[in-house]
Design a protein around this ligand. Structure first.
Ligand SMILES: [Zn+2]
Ligand SMILES: [Zn+2]
Length: 161
């Protein structure tokens, strides 16, 4: 990875929604929850998680946000032009606001890490044959996110990222 890259320009699949990422990714996961399945029209989502403050949407009117109540409370945004997932914002108790970016909206490079795990795997529509850890259930999936989040946060707070 190139540590010199300070920011990354990203966009949705049609290019109408543009945003800039200015902080390191926390973790990239495959999420099998039913909301991700419906939102992505796919068996699972491939998302990379950042601190929400590190993700800067150029034109908020370009994204249509819809709230999903199931835990955690997530604002899921689709591009107003292509209707594909653009950006999702969510809150976990005790954590700063987070942004989930569909990994396909991030060019390969320092801001797109290798996937770390499958989460909400109990909802998987088909078994996945890979070597990644697979976390079932909301609590375990959230605990896995927390474990990934906290060391990253400490590095950020200490400015030693
Ligand atoms: Zn999900
Ligand atoms: Zn679009």
């Amino acid at each position: 990875m190139n540590n010199d890259i300070q920011q990354q320009d990203c966009q949705c699949q049609c290019g109408a929604t543009k945003f800039t990422i200015t902080g390191k990714p926390i973790v990239r996961v495959f999420c099998h929850c039913t909301i991700c399945q419906a939102f992505n029209h796919a068996a699972y989502s491939d998302v990379t998680i950042f601190l929400a403050k590190d993700v800067h949407l150029q034109d908020k009117n370009q994204v249509r946000f819809k709230q999903y109540k199931s835990p955690p409370a997530v604002d899921r945004g689709k591009c107003a032009s292509c209707d594909k997932p653009a950006l999702e914002l969510f809150e976990l108790p005790l954590f700063p606001s987070l942004a989930m970016v569909p990994s396909e909206n991030i060019p390969s490079g320092a801001f797109l890490p290798e996937p770390s795990a499958h989460i909400f795997y109990h909802r998987a529509v088909a078994p996945i044959d890979d070597q990644l850890p697979k976390h079932n259930g909301f609590i375990k999936s959230q605990a896995m996110l927390g474990a990934k989040l906290v060391p990253g946060l400490f590095r950020k707070l200490l400015g030693t990222q």
